[in-house]
Design a protein around this ligand. Structure first.
Ligand SMILES: Cc1cc2nc3c(=O)[nH]c(=O)nc-3n(C[C@H](O)[C@H](O)[C@H](O)COP(=O)(O)OP(=O)(O)OC[C@H]3O[C@@H](n4cnc5c(N)ncnc54)[C@H](O)[C@@H]3O)c2cc1C
Length: 554
């Protein structure tokens, strides 16, 4: 061999790639998740097993995971006019987005409990959503809005009769054509305006009656909307002022005569996360809309939609935490440092177990709310959901951002790279916390719940009574809640302390009832009582940490 040939051989092979984990793909997301499997059985959704196993396999498939990357790499594109100068207000998405929407709708994530109500229907749908959204969260926005719009629309039975059957179809039709030409539709929501998001009473969009006034009648809307996500939805539920105050309207993309309804998109938002989903700013220039529910009671009409979207935020953020936990544990199983696998390093076990604890607590609380959704005729369950959904939405969404960052750090430098899912999970994390009622608004809503429906806090206390005497820290937290509530009622300044403890106490109680004692006790020990710092990696028992990690990744 000549010197040159030797050099060439040397240059062609500089090193062997060692100590790098394989991609986390081609696994069943459901089979890896013991806590989820248990929650499905507990929630009487065992009948959905085949569908959930299929979704678990699909969500873990390399091709499906790739769809999530593609949908985010290729941002939605907006065209205001066609090449002939006609206004079209068209948002075009990458094919991967449409394929994700197809999977979601074919599995009924936008509608299944309404389409086929049965015992465990909400639990099955929540589990399905939780599995699927681990692949990609942004396209969940129109899925959630369509799901949440159904109860609100039922306030206007004549309009619901036309739209609901199409909303409940387990299929997806992305064509930009009138809803009358479609078998399946999606619904969005436009409440937020520039001068007021949380405070929708500040809305200035005005609704002018075209003929008769009142519920079910046709109006023309003039004004603007500052956030309209998924603007290609076939219709939006919007709030606008009418003679008797803020009212709710259904605003379709097309008029009955087949012409385009003048909902003019000004531009797409340039978001840090939720990139695969388009969010727009729009102006309504005499757009035709139909009043839904009582005039002047728009907030009351749409509030059910809002409550359902908040519940879905719990599912979405819990799923984000689960995916981050799975990525972190998987990485540590395959990566060594200083002579041992990371998963066997005691300090890393502490961090992983703590991440897994947070994730299981989030899932358990979320699935308990899914069970409450399944019992819509049960006053106790409805009272409980009234207070736990805002508290859970607040706490789970808030915990997700730090959780994502910590999981990213577990993976190290590669965890920061865009070809890893972690940056996407991290950027997605604050969105649910802000969307549909930011942190303070959730806390104030929980306070309002107690004020207007004192039975909501009573329902929570009844729930907590079931675990009294099981754990000292939990007992102390339960005892402290009324005192913190009183303080928050006197001064909303303290509302976060009350809501946070309420969410953690409920999580702890559920874990004590349903999880292995190692998980439940570690949660009570680390999350209740005088918690000065809620960072990760501060558990106190190495043996317990090992049990928690093993349970988290089977
Ligand atoms: C990605 C994304 C998509 C969205 N899509 C939609 C959509 O499709 N349709 C839609 O209608 N909206 C949408 N929104 C808007 C979203 O719902 C609002 O941003 C949110 O409700 C907050 O409203 P705001 O931005 O006006 O903030 P503000 O209402 O101004 O609130 C700012 C801050 O003040 C706090 N605050 C408000 N009131 C009080 C109070 N009384 N005491 C203490 N603190 C208070 C809030 O918690 C918040 O932290 C979207 C937002 C995002 C980020």
């Amino acid at each position: 061999m000549t010197q040159w040939q030797k050099a060439e051989q040397f240059m062609a092979s500089t090193h062997e790639v060692l100590n790098q984990p394989p991609a986390l793909e081609n696994y069943n997301v459901l089979h890896a998740d013991t806590a989820l499997q248990e929650a499905i059985v507990r929630g009487h959704a065992g009948w959905a097993q085949n569908d959930l196993v299929a979704m678990g396999a699909l969500a873990g498939k390399a091709e499906t995971i790739e769809l999530g990357f593609l949908a985010n790499a290729h941002k939605p594109q907006f065209q205001s006019h066609d090449r002939f100068g006609h206004r079209i207000d068209l948002v075009e998405y990458h094919d991967a987005y449409h394929r994700l929407m197809t999977i979601a709708t074919e599995h009924g994530l936008h509608a299944s409990p309404w389409a086929k109500p049965q015992q465990g229907a909400h639990v099955a749908r929540a589990a399905n959503y939780y599995l699927h959204t681990q692949v990609e969260a942004a396209h969940g926005c129109p899925i959630t809005m369509t799901f949440a719009a159904a109860p609100a629309l039922q306030h206007q039975p004549d309009i619901a009769a036309e739209w609901l059957p199409k909303m409940l179809q387990h299929s997806y039709d992305p064509r930009n054509v009138p809803h009358t030409e479609k078998a399946a539709v999606t619904i969005g929501m436009a409440m937020t305006e520039k001068q007021g998001g949380s405070d929708v009473r500040a809305n200035t969009t005005y609704a002018y009656p075209i003929g008769a006034k009142g519920p079910g009648q046709m109006y023309e809307l003039v004004g603007h909307k500052w956030f309209v996500s998924a603007p290609m939805c076939d219709a939006l539920l919007v709030l606008a002022q009418s003679e008797q105050g803020l009212s709710c309207f259904l605003l379709p993309r097309w008029r009955p005569d087949g012409t385009k309804n003048p909902i003019q998109i000004q531009q797409l938002k340039d978001k840090m996360g939720n990139v695969a989903n388009a969010s727009s700013e729009a102006e309504l220039r005499g757009a035709m809309a139909w009043m839904i529910g009582e005039e002047g009671r728009g907030v009351r009409t749409i509030i059910e939609m809002v409550a359902m979207t908040r519940y879905d935020c719990m599912i979405g953020s819990s799923a984000g935490m689960r995916q981050a936990t799975a990525q972190a544990i998987h990485h540590c199983q395959h990566r060594s440092a200083f002579g041992a696998k990371l998963i066997d390093q005691p300090l890393m076990q502490n961090v992983l177990a703590d991440l897994a604890l947070e994730s299981e607590a989030a899932l358990t609380l979320t699935m308990r709310m899914a069970q409450a959704m399944d019992k819509r005729d049960d006053p106790h369950e409805q009272a409980l959901a009234r207070i736990v959904v805002p508290a859970g939405k607040y706490w789970i969404c808030k915990r997700t951002a730090e959780h994502a960052y910590e999981a990213m750090e577990v993976i190290g430098g590669s965890g920061v790279m865009e070809n890893c899912i972690m940056p996407r999970l991290y950027r997605e994390a604050p969105i649910n916390a802000i969307w549909e009622g930011s942190g303070n608004v959730q806390c104030l809503d929980a306070l309002r719940a107690v004020q207007k429906q004192p039975e909501s806090f009573a329902a929570l206390q009844t729930e907590l009574m079931g675990v009294k005497g099981v754990n000292k820290a939990l007992d102390a937290a339960i005892a402290r809640l009324p005192q913190l509530l009183q303080q928050a009622q006197e001064q909303p300044f303290y509302a976060r302390q009350w809501v946070e403890l309420m969410a953690r106490t409920m999580q702890a109680a559920l874990l004590q009832q349903h999880a292995p004692h190692e998980v439940a006790d570690a949660f009570c020990q680390s999350r209740l009582g005088d918690v000065a710092h809620l960072g990760y990696g501060r558990l106190t028992s190495p043996a317990t940490a090992q049990v928690i990690v093993r349970r988290a990744w089977s």
